[in-house]
Design a protein around this ligand. Structure first.
Ligand code: IPE
Ligand code: IPE
Ligand code: MG
Length: 246
């Protein structure tokens, strides 16, 4: 199935949309606390934001969307919260995979499999197998993901090769979890925090960063459009003196 033509928008230039949007979905705990609810309620509510964002990216014909769902550091959280976050990915896929498939979305996983419960891996593997031939939006979940770990894994993978390619930036990127994907042009972080938290350290080298105070469970299409509008107003120079338009 061919990609849809990008939606016309009075403010957005459809020819200058990011090829890859990465999102640090943060603020679920604060959203819940403000309502006097347990943190899990914030994570649960965040699922609707994921659904809305995926739909919006599909409608805009953004090629790649990567969502930071669980970091290698998130194992430090209380065991019950970790278990809840694991089960939430299973629930999300159970509820959404058919619609994702209908939308021609292809599911991907960025992260280490070890330590992740078999039930979660099974759900992801089934989702990836079901959508493997799809040609639309590439939706990656960064799950049990750490940027430093990814770089070390890439070094190990490179080192295992019998005929090691020379270590150029281009060759090295082929050993990262994101092999074959364009680097994110835009990083969105919700809930106001101005840090990377070990997300896509290599790939975000030249990403435009938009931090919004909106907490993840409140994030909707209008917030994405606002971030894209800001993105399109940025002058990207990549170290040169002139603006570069991708
Ligand atoms: C993001 O929300 C969800 C994950 C890290 C999985 P948080 O749970 O970090 O929410 P805050 O930062 O405590 O508000
Ligand atoms: C980053 O958020 C990880 C995810 C969104 C999955 P955190 O809430 O874990 O980040 P820190 O601890 O505030 O840096
Ligand atoms: Mg947080």
């Amino acid at each position: 199935m061919a990609r849809k033509a990008p939606v016309n928008s009075p403010v957005l230039d459809p020819r200058r949309l990011p090829r890859h949007i990465a999102v640090i979905m943060d603020g679920n705990g604060r959203w819940a606390r403000r309502r006097g609810l347990p943190r899990a309620a914030g994570h649960q509510a965040g699922m609707a934001s994921v659904r809305a964002l995926v739909r919006a990216c599909d409608e805009l014909a953004v090629p790649v969307l990567t969502l930071y769902a669980f970091s290698t550091e998130n194992w430090k959280r209380p065991p019950a919260e970790v278990r809840f976050l694991m089960s939430l990915l299973i629930e999300f896929l159970r509820r959404e995979i058919d619609e994702l498939h209908r939308r021609n979305v292809r599911l991907g996983l960025l992260g280490r499999r070890d330590g992740v419960p078999a039930t979660v891996l099974k759900a992801i593997d089934r989702g990836m197998a079901q959508t493997a031939a799809n040609t639309g939006l590439r939706l990656n979940f960064a799950f049990n993901y750490g940027g430093r770990r990814e770089i070390l894994d890439a070094v190990e993978a490179w080192n295992r090769q019998t005929r090691r390619p020379p270590l150029t930036e281009e060759n090295f990127a082929k050993f990262l979890y994101t092999a074959g994907l364009p680097d994110p042009d835009l990083l969105i972080r919700t809930s106001g925090e101005m840090r990377l938290s070990n997300f896509l350290l290599w790939q975000l080298a030249y990403a435009e960063i938009v931090v919004t105070p909106v907490l993840w469970p409140d994030f909707r299409k209008k917030h994405l459009l606002a971030a894209l509008t800001e993105y399109q107003q940025r002058e990207r120079r990549f170290g040169g003196v002139e603006a570069v338009h991708a």
